[in-house]
Design a protein around this ligand. Structure first.
Ligand code: GLN
Length: 472
């Protein structure tokens, strides 16, 4: 059995290795793109067990929104005319009436939406186990989770079933699955990428970003989806200079390491941190040591803000305006039955938690306090960026765990300690693979930059990627 699993692994790895990068795909002609899409469809069909695409569960054809280069799209991003479910039963059969701005941007640049990537229900999770379709497997070891919530996007890229993908990151959902599967995942500065047409989980934290095979592809895709959008009231109306044409890995940077964060990581992650620090120093960068507030406070602040906003955002799925409506005899029962039958356990838990922290009497004690902590987190980052260009941090305290390893929701939340502060502060960050653990599972680290300084972020990431020489 092990032998067969190994052979399958090797085939998947070879598939990944032979797939063109996004940069290479940009120079393909029309006929070559058609062939590429046919090949991808075939591989997706042959690797059904992976469950990276919704279509692999539903036995439906992988659709293409246009004639361009195919990009896998997380199932919470509207593609006109496609079903959009956010991995939830409550939205099954809902057809997107318009394109999200990121999809319009893809199509304007010769790319297109290609297939729906599986995800944790409403992007709430860290393992892609809570999708209504079923779980996505980690392509490196099928007994392990691919991470989440953009687990489908990361698994598709890592398995060679997508050249690149779009995911969303509210508290790590791009960076963490990329780290677990061994690809690159980037979360832009809050406001850089339009949220128009992306189903909201926590509006003040959500950002869409690329999951790719390498850093340069991430920069290319980031440039394509970014920019001011008057349709999104939180879109940043700031000057935009494309990063990909200006990539420069030779810049010497000051990179901060947060010592008290690293203490909480597994030994193998610590080792990967030390190895990367050494490599960055050898490449001419300076390392400085810093401290930040306890991750416990960051975790509490995040899960209060995120669930509060989620409870408000998800109230629209009431059986009247969107998606499915359950059988009932009156309005109250319609709401109750629709939500009980339509939402999964984790989503219901978060709606209740969010409603609780916003309720009168508890608003000051929890919600306001969480917002104050959020402010302190931003202040701490500001201080670090006074004398540092970037921060190097683990993405998660461990490598990908086995399915079912999280005994409770709380245990799962603990795997988010390194990613969520970035969202609370609205900063850009990129996760890239740097080594493997003793089981051969990828270890990803993240670089974090100051707001709107994506150029330095990508320059630093490219330098790390070139010097670390990670192989699949
Ligand atoms: N794991 C985190 C959560 O469940 C992050 C999810 C995300 O970034 N969408 O909230």
């Amino acid at each position: 059995m092990d032998k067969i699993a190994n052979i399958i692994d090797t085939i998947i790895n070879q598939l990944g290795a032979s797939l063109v990068t996004l940069k290479e795909a940009l120079s393909l002609d029309e006929q070559q793109i058609i062939t590429l899409k046919e090949d991808l469809k075939k591989s997706i069909e042959e690797n059904k067990q992976l469950g990276a695409y919704v279509e692999q569960f539903t036995d439906t054809e992988v659709l293409s929104s246009d004639s361009g280069i195919p990009i896998a799209i997380k199932d919470n991003i509207n593609v006109k005319g496609w079903e959009l479910t956010c991995g939830s039963n409550i939205l099954k059969n809902y057809i997107a009436p318009y394109n999200a701005t990121v999809i319009e941007n893809l199509e304007k640049n010769g790319l297109c939406a290609f297939g729906r990537a599986n995800m944790d229900e409403f992007a709430m999770g860290s393992s892609t186990e809570s999708s209504c379709y079923g779980k996505t497997l980690n392509p490196v070891d099928n007994t392990k989770v691919p991470g989440g919530s953009s687990g489908g996007s990361a698994a598709a890229v890592a398995a060679g079933l997508a050249i690149a993908a779009l995911g969303t990151d509210t508290g790590g959902s791009i960076r963490q699955p990329a780290a677990y599967c061994g690809c690159v995942g980037m979360k832009p500065t809050y406001g850089r990428v339009s949220r128009y047409g992306i189903a909201a989980y926590s509006s003040s934290l959500d950002q869409c970003g690329p999951i790719t095979q390498n850093v340069e592809d991430a920069a290319i895709l980031y440039d394509i989806i970014s920019g001011y959008d008057p349709k999104d009231s939180t879109s940043a109306n700031v000057e935009y200079t494309p990063v990909a044409p200006n990539l420069d890995s030779s810049k010497k940077l000051t990179i901060a390491v947060i010592d008290n964060f690293i203490e909480e990581a597994s030994d193998e992650i610590k080792e990967a941190m030390n190895k990367s620090i050494k490599i960055l120093e050898d490449a001419g960068h300076s390392i400085v040591h810093k401290r930040m507030m306890d991750t416990k406070n960051i975790l509490s602040s995040y899960y209060i803000v995120a669930t509060a906003e989620a409870s408000a955002n998800l109230s629209r799925y009431d059986g009247i305006r969107y998606g499915n409506r359950a059988e009932a005899t009156n309005l109250k029962e319609t709401y109750l039955n629709t939500k009980t039958q339509g939402f999964g356990e984790e989503v219901q838990k978060r709606i209740m938690l969010g409603s609780f922290v916003l309720s009168s009497g508890y608003y000051d004690a929890y919600y306001i306090k969480a917002q104050k902590v959020r402010h302190l987190i931003k202040d701490e980052f500001d201080k670090i960026f006074n004398d540092s260009d970037l921060i190097l941090n683990p993405v998660a305290p461990t490598t990908a765990p086995k399915f079912g390893a999280f005994a409770s929701s709380l245990e799962m939340y603990l795997s988010d300690i390194y990613t969520i502060s970035v969202n609370l502060a609205g900063l850009p960050a990129i996760s890239l693979p740097v080594s493997k653990d003793s089981d051969g599972m990828p270890i990803g680290l993240q670089l974090i930059a100051n707001a709107y300084d994506e150029q330095t972020l990508f320059d630093g990431a490219l330098s790390l990627e070139q010097n670390i020489n990670y192989t699949k």
